[in-house]
Design a protein around this ligand. Structure first.
Ligand code: BG6
Length: 503
């Protein structure tokens, strides 16, 4: 299809090669990059795991994943056969030092075969507690001394709290340089999230009004209809604040709130984002109850189907106090945003799957219009729907056609699917290509991750010491606990619910 400049030869080792992330996301992403001619001319993918697979049976399993989860679900006239020739399986016990010789041997063999030293990528798609085990063993092998070509990709969650994130950073940085470490937040690979920079900084229209003089408040919602989907074991020690707010939501907030970068250099963009995180007002423990709301879903009905409550999910304690919903009001104390509330919320088993950013402008003075004209008057609003719809809407007032002056809020809509024929790449496609190219712009730097932990630490600590008294406190197919409505209503605002066409 398209193909610009492909990355140079790359050898990708995936720890967790028999796991779910590889099956659902990584291999489908690499396969789509292959079809779109973005994969290097010379590449090899080695899945690493404990389970026994032959190369053949491994490929069969991966093809099954393609059929279920790839945006292109078939073999594409032999493309799968071509692509999968470069995929092999290495059964190994990642906890034993000597197992790592197998990796070195494969790398040497590929280097000889290709006649060039390739990029070597270690993707740690494993449970977070295994990362501190595997990374030092990798650090010992000679290949990792190559600061230019060897990279390590670490999945979220990056740490469990500020201290463990800091310890993990210290550990990784004792073996790899910061430029070799790619901390993934898949939201940053989403087209619509990347487009925030284009919208803000490639147009003269928005930036002059993108500040406290014109914006009343900002909302970010990341709502999901699913429950914990068999991930109860992980989720019990995470909760919505760690799982979504510490990373995805704060990263989106950085894109919305950052100052204009002077270049698209990875460090320049990341510096600007860290500035936002550092400017977020620190929350005193005694204020947590006023600015943060937590919730947990009860059993109930979702689109005609009976669903269990969180406490009845597999691997979840029947008395669990883990939150499956969180809403927080943040302030960013700087010249641009002083006193503009940023309301964020996220939760499972909510009414819709929807990730939406909305910028609510201050009301225009309406004194000149007759009262009946202004009945349905609404302040301007700019909405960026990140997923599953991908669009940008601007709401403004229009005169309703007719002989009287009546105003109606209407939407001007830019929709990706309507504007572009090609299907957008999935987040993991973009991010994996960036790793092969050595571009870290969309990945989190050590200080960024720690700054994000600092923001949520007071809430985490307060919630840990004060058990919730009302869990479960929301029903499936709702918008979360009532307290979340109160949180925003106290300021005279309401959550914008983005059902298509909603006002
Ligand atoms: C993951 C979380 O990072 O993001 C999941 O661990 C969540 O709990 C998922 O479901 C949501 O991602 P997306 O791309 O479907 O919005």
């Amino acid at each position: 299809m398209q193909s610009n400049k492909r990355p140079s030869a790359s050898l990708i080792f995936i720890f967790g090669g028999s796991g779910d992330l590889n099956y659902r996301k990584l291999i489908p992403a690499l396969y789509n990059l292959y079809i779109d001619e973005w994969m290097p001319e010379q590449f090899a993918i080695v899945g690493i795991g404990r389970k026994p697979f032959s190369d053949e049976s491994y490929r069969e399993r991966l093809l099954d994943g393609i059929k279920q989860f790839s945006r292109r679900k078939d073999e594409q006239n032999g493309k799968w056969a071509e692509f999968s020739k470069s995929v092999t399986y290495l059964q190994m016990d990642a906890e034993k030092d000597e197992s790592y010789d197998g990796i070195t041997n494969i790398a040497k063999q590929k280097e000889q075969e290709w006649g060039t030293h390739p990029n070597i990528i270690f993707y740690l798609a494993v449970a977070p507690q295994l990362v501190p085990d595997i990374a030092p063993k990798l650090g010992k092998i000679e290949l990792c001394g190559d600061k230019k070509c060897t990279r390590i990709v670490v999945e979220k969650p990056f740490g469990h709290d500020l201290k463990s994130a800091h310890d993990l950073n210290t550990l990784l940085m004792s073996m790899f340089s910061e430029d070799q470490i790619y901390r993934i937040d898949h939201y940053l690979g989403k087209e619509t999230v990347q487009n925030i920079l284009a919208l803000r900084f490639a147009n003269a229209l928005f930036e002059p009004i993108w500040n406290r003089n014109y914006i009343d408040h900002v909302q970010i919602t990341a709502a999901e209809t699913v429950g914990v989907e068999g991930r109860g074991g992980y989720y019990e020690s995470a909760g919505a604040l760690r799982d979504m707010v510490q990373n995805h939501i704060l990263q989106i907030m950085c894109m919305v709130a950052m100052e204009a970068p002077v270049s698209f250099d990875a460090n320049e963009i990341r510096n600007k984002k860290v500035d936002v995180l550092n400017a977020i007002r620190r929350i005193a423990p005694e204020d947590v109850h006023a600015i943060a709301v937590r919730g947990q879903y009860a059993d109930g009905w979702m689109k005609g189907e009976k669903v269990p409550g969180y406490r009845q999910e597999e691997s979840v304690s029947p008395t669990s106090n883990t939150e499956t919903f969180a809403a927080v009001k943040f302030y960013i104390d700087n010249w641009r945003w002083q006193d503009v509330p940023f309301y964020v919320r996220t939760g499972k088993r909510l009414r819709e799957k929807n990730t939406v950013i909305s910028m609510h402008f201050r009301p225009a003075p309406n004194y000149a219009f007759p009262p009946e004209a202004a009945d349905s008057w609404r302040p301007n609003r700019l909405t960026i729907t990140v997923s599953p719809e991908m669009d940008i809407r601007i709401r403004f007032q229009a005169k309703r056609p007719g002989q009287t002056m009546i105003l109606d809020p209407v939407d001007m809509i830019f929709n990706y699917d309507k504007a572009y024929e090609n299907h957008e790449p999935e987040a993991y496609e973009t991010l994996l290509l960036d790793v092969m190219e050595g571009n870290a712009t969309l990945f989190m730097r050590a200080d960024q991750v720690e700054a994000a932990w600092k923001v949520i630490t007071p809430i985490l600590e307060t919630w840990e010491t004060r058990a919730p008294v009302d869990f479960p406190n929301y029903v499936p197919n709702s918008w979360g606990p009532e307290d979340a409505e109160a949180l925003i209503a106290r300021d005279g605002n309401t959550w914008a619910t983005m059902t298509a066409g909603a006002k």
